[in-house]
Design a protein around this ligand. Sequence first.
Ligand code: AMP
Length: 423
Amino acid sequence: MAETLRAVKGMNDVLPEDSGRWQAVEAAFARAMQLAGFREVRTPYVEPTPLFVRTIGEATDVVEKEMYSFVHHDERLTLRPEGTAGAARAYVEHGVHKNEPVTKWWYAGPMFRAERPQRGRYRQFSQIGAEIYGDPGPGCDAEMIHTLVEFLGSLGIQGLEVLVNSIGGPATRARYKDKLVAFLTPKAAELTADSQRRLGTNPLRILDSKSPQDQAALVGAPTIHDAFDEVDIAHFAELKSHLDHLGTPYRVDPKLVRGLDYYTYTLFEIKGAKDKLGAGDTLVGGGRYNGMVQELGGPATPAIGFAAGLERLLIASERATAPATVVDVFVAPLDKAGHGPALTIGRDLRRAGIACEVDTRGGSLKSQLRRANALKARFAVILGDAELKEDMVQLKDLEGHAQERVARGELVSAALAHLGRAR
Ligand code: AMP
């Protein structure tokens, strides 16, 4: 027997039973973004490896151990682990800043990270996200967070919690790094091995640690706010005041620093549906990254973005729903002579925008109607011997069970009328 091949661990199929919900969330996101003035960008799934090393940062989990990287004809390539770096690369490569002072892009698509798979965490997962280039905030930061909260609310996600923080400008970050290292160095032995290593490479990441041992060592540590200068203070105060104006509830979390190196000023996370997602309840991560465009060879350009995990949004917004209709009309020819006319009926119904399935397998009326019900069809068009001879069909309402004879030439109008659609 042939060896059974399975999908790669952590990479999932989305079967038609579920793909309708994916499409619905993607469409709702596209609509929410369009309403807020964003346009879609599509960038490649594969990028040069140095793009991610330079932007995300060498000493981050993503770059250190999660990227799918390979060498192809001497070129170092990586399956994109996130969307921000590729979008910024495209923004610079196409000189977009020359055409418009502010650019608002959204995207949706698969990302790849070799993480340990669990519920809500996969090796191929989908993100929906957006980026704004050219506006230093904090008004646009607040608007982005607000737009997202409205979108997540529209999906019916319960228990949304918005966490915001600021890590100030690059100088603040450097100042804070020194303060944190000075605080933690005498207590290094109390930290986990991982965090001891991070003390030398990326000390801010220690704040992200979930380990109680690290959290205990951090009690009394200075917060990033202790290193703020006047610009940082004003930017953060304005962000909070705009969020208050918009009526978006939030909580300030001074320990929110997020894993990626490229952030400046505003950072945020949105959690929700804890009952469904458990500990992995972070739905959205985002923040400002004013240095990235320049780092990639473009002009100094402020930018902010976010990404949400589509699988997590789907788990968080799960509701019991009736299975969706696959087709409106099911065309059932009772014998072979009816197959030709059935195909033209199918063609005419589709031309009028009516989704239909033509059963050309052959088989009893009973078995054909069983399939019509499985497809949740509203009507069946039955083509028996007598109907064929008289150029008629039987139009059967599969919900109300009424049945009427209709002339072939009148079928499209009758079906449209019964479905409540205009011609
Ligand atoms: P990040 O790009 O790490 O800031 O992640 C942003 C969002 O993407 C998270 O809040 C999750 O919703 C989602 N996400 C990140 N990594 C994964 C993963 N491995 N599997 C599923 N969703 C993920």
